[in-house]
Design a protein. Structure first.
Lengths: 113, 113
DNA sequence: CTCCTATATAAGTAAATGCTTATATTATAA
DNA sequence: TTATAATATAAGCATTTACTTATATAGGAG
């Protein structure tokens, strides 16, 4: 039996505040699919590296994503143990598919590692 | 058969941006329950009348709520025909119950009309 | 070690945000 | 009509935000 921990309005709205920004929402969508390194996200989202890094920092501070360094690259993935992960998931599955963009990335040989 | 309209990342994140503010999230929670006039929301949320009005304006502009004037009072309720209402609902049902606050409001005779 | 690549951080800045106070609008009632 | 109550709007302001550019850090390769 799973006991669902009660969430405060403040906690939930602070998560939604982070998702309420197009770029961060997209990042979340990508790292929900699989892990991505920073440079891949830079390509996918067409934004500067510092901009992406700063968004990732906020997501990491909120424990929405996890990072793992592999050589020069730092990979980010969604934290599926976040307190409101089940809510986040419900939101992310509503977004349009990112498959096209992933294929495009692969086609252009922009995948790292 | 219901056809679920595709939602863009931008549209969804703009809605989440509005919910990503504690006061507005609370307003949405209240008007999800039933209609409320502005002065009731002012009492419930303990904020100034202009502050509440301004939040309601944003929610109305985004078509998240509907207004209806009745005499001096303007009542707001959730717009259950919003494009992503089904997502909003999934979020709102996760919030802690507001029953206590409603009872308190009633006890103090602060209900309008 | 030195060089290079990936990433993070710092500082600066323009724009957006959420309040405040003051005032306008709208409807009811006298 | 005038007065009053509920709400909306305007203007001002402090804070936050999301970028930019420049620089720091960290690891791999030679």
């Amino acid at each position: 039996m799973t006991i669902k921990t009660e969430v405060t309005t403040e906690e939930l709205s602070s998560v939604l505040k982070l998702l309420g920004e197009k770029t961060r929402m997209s990042i979340m969508q990508y790292v929900y699919e699989r892990e991505f390194c920073v440079c891949e996200l830079v390509e996918l989202l067409g934004m500067s590296q510092p901009a992406i890094s700063q968004h990732l920092r906020k997501l990491k501070d909120a424990k929405l994503v996890q990072e793992k360094r592999r050589g020069n690259w730092v990979y980010y993935k969604i934290n599926d143990e976040h307190q409101v992960y089940y809510v986040i998931e419900k939101i992310l599955i509503e977004l349009p598919s990112i498959e096209n963009k992933l294929q495009e990335l692969e086609r252009q040989n922009l995948l790292c590692d």
